[in-house]
Design a protein around this ligand. Structure first.
Ligand code: G6P
Length: 614
């Protein structure tokens, strides 16, 4: 994880870097730091805590310089304290580095450097890397660009790095392997580096996405040069950013999470836009079309993902098996990759990831690709690592998701997965044109129905007030609503720190029922679908033991309304599309509870949005 920003140009670097770090804070917020190239050498400021702590620390200081680097950290090696905060100097203090990633062979490199007399101030792998570069620079006498290349050949691991050189204030050098890095190319040799495009967007729309194994030098006179660690010159390919500034600002909302919950009608619509022809009942999913024959003939579909994306995968299992009659397995990417799984050329692996950077998901698809499977990506961030590693795929068009707890990405993923399931069913002849058309018409109404669900906000807030001090909560659902129960529980625990568990409602009898008493709120998704009657029985079992029931029900349902202590109504839709609507009150409930408990909703403790470590 960690967010990095670099700047070289004609403006003051500090305000650009600090603003960029705030945009990247979703990637980690254990410590923050900035290093500026000044007339008196490199000035370094860093401290434990958030970017705002850094700002307080440097308030009143003169922070001049037209080139610099900044970092916001999610700790891997060494506890989050001032010393371990980035940037890090090399021993001679000539070089200064920021790093996102992990150097796996840092321990052996460190021992070698210690034997050569190097002393280390921090516990980080990053300080090892910068001293290795310094050592190679000294030993070979090569220029810094070349020394970095030589040093990186000795490194095993993942990195996105940017390096300041005291002896050459006109140059910044960066390199990438595994962790993301974007170069912004402004006018008159003005350059930006960042972990994603958000720190760059207001200065230039021209960017170069560095590939793994590339090293970029930006220079006030020589401009941008790129070469690989194998010493091949690369011609930079400049792309135009599609993002706009509005998408990454709060726009009047108190938190990004609330903004993103409310953006769902739009993000679902955007993820469908141009892909559905209601009149003919056809779907145009480019990535699917390209490999239709192979996907249609697959023996199995294996979905790999982590966190909320894994929950979207679980919903897709119901969808695809129901509509397309192909066996589906849904795997935690982290477990899948270490299990030596049986994968053949007749498997299709679908990787779901909002960020497109999750290290375990990336490693899982690389492994499946080697074994011959077709890899299909469903990602939100254009140009991120996973889409670049896949054979094909479809983007979700949810726009930037900044709140660490994922919300709009989930429903956007469901949209694309529904289109994929329907395309597959149609292609395999397991769904008729008529049924497909009916389902597409239902899907088309989801954005308007989401608007309606969002109107339950006041009522959800009222329920949140009652249960905000609960110590535990149980979430129950059946069928497609079981993954929604898991997602509801995850949302609550990650942002409000209340212990919560999601369970298939019928499994409650095999254990969790022992926990039920007056102190245990139980949230049940009891919409009118094929498992309705069974869920009603489960509600009675909870009531009989004094549990408090909060039920998500279908508009107009009176039976559960009479039994439950509190209800939230959502519009009716066809069974397999219910998760689009049933998840929203659960997102709102966890949001309001977290706000009432004084928690940092957008940046919950210990978490990061983009998990680029394994
Ligand atoms: C982190 C985030 C979650 C996210 C998960 C998977 O844990 O905090 O919100 O669901 O990573 O991320 P991805 O970007 O692959 O969907």
């Amino acid at each position: 994880m960690c967010g990095i920003v670099g700047y070289l140009g004609h403006r003051e670097a500090y305000p650009i870097i600090i603003k960029g770090l705030k945009r990247l804070e979703y990637r980690g917020y254990d410590s923050a730091g900035v290093a500026l190239q000044t007339e008196d050498g490199i000035k370094l400021h860093k401290c434990k805590g958030k970017v705002s702590n850094l700002e307080e620390m440097v308030a009143g200081m003169e922070l001049r310089g037209t080139s610099g680097i900044g970092h916001t950290r999610w700790a891997t090696h060494g506890p989050p304290n001032d010393v371990n905060a980035h940037p890090h100097f090399s021993e001679s203090e000539e070089l200064c580095i920021i790093h996102n990633g992990i150097i796996e062979n840092y321990s052996s490199l460190k021992n070698e450097l210690i034997n050569r007399g190097y002393e280390f101030k921090s516990d980080t792998d990053t300080e090892v890397l910068i001293n290795l570069i310094q050592e190679v620079h000294k030993k070979t006498g090569s220029d810094l660009y070349e020394s970095i290349r030589l040093a990186l050949n000795e490194v095993v691991g993942a990195y996105a790095i940017v390096i300041l050189n005291k002896l050459n204030p006109d140059e910044l050098i960066a390199a990438k392997m595994g962790s993301p890095l974007v170069v912004g190319v402004g006018e008159d040799n003005e350059f930006f580096f960042a972990s994603d495009a958000t720190p760059i967007i207001e200065y230039t729309k021209n960017v170069v996405y560095l590939e793994d194994g590339e090293i970029a030098s930006v220079d006030r006179k020589k401009g941008l040069r790129i070469k690989t660690i194998k010493n091949q010159e690369i011609n930079p390919v400049i792309q135009e950013l599609e993002m706009n500034l509005e998408a990454i600002e709060l726009g009047g909302y108190e938190h990004f999470m609330l903004k993103e919950i409310h953006e769902q009608p739009k993000s679902v619509l955007d993820s469908m836009r141009g892909r559905v022809d209601l009149l003919s009942g056809k779907i145009v999913l480019g990535g699917f079309k390209e490999h239709e024959q192979r996907i249609r003939n697959a023996d199995r579909i294996i979905i790999v993902a982590c966190g909320t994306s894994w929950h979207a995968g679980l919903v897709a299992e119901y969808l695809i098996e129901d509509v397309a009659r192909v066996p589906v397995e849904v795997e935690y990417a982290s477990e899948f990759r270490y299990r030596n799984p049986v994968i053949t050329e007749k498997d299709v692996v679908v990787a779901i990831s909002q960020s497109g950077e999750t290290a375990d998901t990336l490693a899982a698809i690389k492994m499946a690709k080697e074994k011959g499977a077709l890899i299909y990506g469903i990602c939100n961030v254009i140009g991120s690592s996973i889409p670049r590693e896949t054979h094909s795929g479809s983007y979700t068009h949810a726009g930037p998701e900044i709140g660490v707890a994922s919300t709009k990405a989930f429903t956007a993923q469901l949209t694309v997965l529904t289109l994929m399931a329907l395309s597959l069913g149609y292609s395999r002849g397991t769904i008729s044109q008529g049924k497909m058309q009916r389902l597409l018409m239902e899907l088309e109404q989801i954005p308007a129905k989401l608007e309606k669900v969002l109107k339950t906000d006041k009522q959800v807030r009222y329920i949140a007030e009652i249960f905000k001090d609960a110590r535990n909560m149980l979430y129950l659902g059946r069928g497609v609503n079981f993954p929604v129960a898991l997602e509801g529980a995850l949302k609550l625990k990650e942002i409000s720190y209340i212990h919560a568990e999601g369970y298939p409602a019928a499994e409650m009898k095999h254990g969790p029922i022992a926990l039920i008493d007056e102190e245990m709120p139980v949230i049940v998704i009891a919409t009118k679908d094929s498992s309705y009657e069974k869920v009603v029985s489960n509600i009675q079992e909870v009531k009989a033991r004094g549990g408090k029931i909060i039920a998500i029900i279908t508009e107009g349902d009176t039976q559960v309304k009479e039994m439950a202590d509190y209800t939230i109504e959502i519009p009716e839709t066809t069974d397999i599309l219910v998760p689009f609507l049933s998840v929203v009150p659960l997102q709102l409930l966890s949001y309001h509870i977290a706000v009432m408990r004084g928690c940092n909703v957008d940046q919950p403790r210990n978490l990061a949005k983009s998990v680029t470590v394994e």
